[in-house]
Design a protein around this ligand. Sequence first.
Ligand SMILES: [Zn+2]
Length: 89
Amino acid sequence: MNREILEILACPIDKFHPLDLFECKTENEKIVEGVLYCKKCSRFFPIIDEIPIMLPDDLRDKKRDLEFLQACIEQLPQKIVKEALPWHL
Ligand SMILES: [Zn+2]
């Protein structure tokens, strides 16, 4: 994912913009793993293999989301790892 895409991304739940970006792994200026965070509804959206996964809650994969948080726990702030919606560690 390129950082420029942040300018057009909005939260799928409430359309809030801009989203906060937290980078966990980068390669050649691209974000391979990270999190997009919506301040308005406190939701996080994972970036996995360069793809931001921005789905409504009922289509999310809870197991994958939690494994992702666990893997990136060192790079992410507490508000995401321990408090973000729709679930956290
Ligand atoms: Zn939101």
